[in-house]
Design a protein around this ligand. Sequence first.
Ligand code: 5AD
Ligand code: SF4
Length: 496
Amino acid sequence: MSGVPQPRAQKTFYLETFGCQMNVHDSEKVVGTLLEEGYQQVDSIEKADLILYNTCSIRDKAEQKVFHRLADYKKLQAEGKKFGVLGCVAQQEGEKIFERAPHVSLVCGSASYTKLPEMLVQLDGKSRAADSGAADSGFLASLAMTNAGEGLGNEELTSLGSADETVRRSTDNLVRITGLDDRQTDKCFETEFTARTNPHRGYITIIEGCDKFCAYCVVPFTRGKERSRTSHSVLAEARQMADLGYSEIQLLGQNVNSYRDPSGNKSFAELLVAVGEVAGIRRVRFTTSHPRDFGRDIVEAIDARPALCNHVHLPVQSGSTRLLDAMQRLYTREQYLERIAWMKAARREISITTDVIVGFPGETEADFSQTLSLLDEVGYDGVFSFKYSARPNTPALKLDDAIPEEEKSRRLEVLMARQREIQVARYKRYVGIGCEVMVEGYNDSRAQWIGRTSQNKTLNFTVSAGPVPVVGSYVSVLVTRSFPNSLVGEMVGLVG
Ligand code: 5AD
Ligand code: SF4
């Protein structure tokens, strides 16, 4: 048999995603890229040759989760499995990951995903060389210098073509590859190989990175500077999705409404309208909006175009202007409430949700009670609340007056209890009202269909007579009961 090339079994990968919708969508692009490179996706670590974690570092807990996962499966390295860390923890921790989890072979931040194909070739090629003991000893010597972009004595290394990638061999003969572009990258991760997981509603990234530098937030350091895609390329992707049968599009960005069309054509509100006008698109969502850049034109667009969903996620973080200033949020409580007033004055009822941080350094009882009163004043349909978590590199690290963990927990509980009461009352208002939902699936254990309203509320429903709904279609539902986080109803009919 010697000399006859043996077909290699198809390489397999398992990918687990942590964190926000940006990460979920990045993972869809990473999966698409890997499939294109000949890998097959599998649903368990046991079946995989390559195990990837797309990580989140927004709070310490999220970051620790990844290192726990890596520790849990470390033993599988002996079976020849390789591990890769992608996303924000990769970007933030860089090569330190190799020290903390020496069995990791690949570290790749989100700004370097365009180079994943080359990195995979490196990983595959180098590990085969390592397996067969054919590594070039001179290679090792040259590696120490690759970070400086000098002394590249190896063809395969130079083919990576960038000074910020390193291929390194550790003492235990593992190949280690990093791809970590700096904050200054202008690139967006645009790829035609996006493996979207849902065939009816899908994400489109319109802006990446963040230049706001809120005092608590690690994102500007992990996702780089703000960069928008052209409206032309966003609309082309929307049309392509509509052709494939998608009817709902969710525009994504860390600050989606800070969008600046590089071709100078469209404002964010105009882009929303244009996506809503794509034939076949019935719903357009967008997240996350920054209050500073939230213009009245967005509200006007929602009011005028039923295809634009009447839901806005507008993170406030705190109800105290003093604290907003310390957080470097660039708006006051009054300015935030002015934006809320615009939405409340709209003809369509716009559902509003938010994010809140409790226990930011120096948050007094008075600051906190202003956050509670803001919840009452706005009447949110949903609040994502978090205990402040100190993050590397962020300006807030230098602030004194840390709030004890128990006090943060207490404030979080108080806030959640108050918001629960608000939501009970708000959701109750929908009983007896008809809503159009997109059918998302069927829950066997509850014997209920799962639907989502334009306002992004979950509306589960039963069908006593008439046609059976199809997942991805739109039906009309009469709301019969309410809970703090969802509604229940009965289908009235299909919507054409
Ligand atoms: N600690 C706690 N919460 C944070 N968030 C961002 N950074 C931190 C941090 N260091 C929250 C904010 C943001 C949401 C995505 O996560 O509320 O809007
Ligand atoms: Fe983080 Fe602030 Fe940027 Fe949002 S706007 S990603 S909270 S720095």
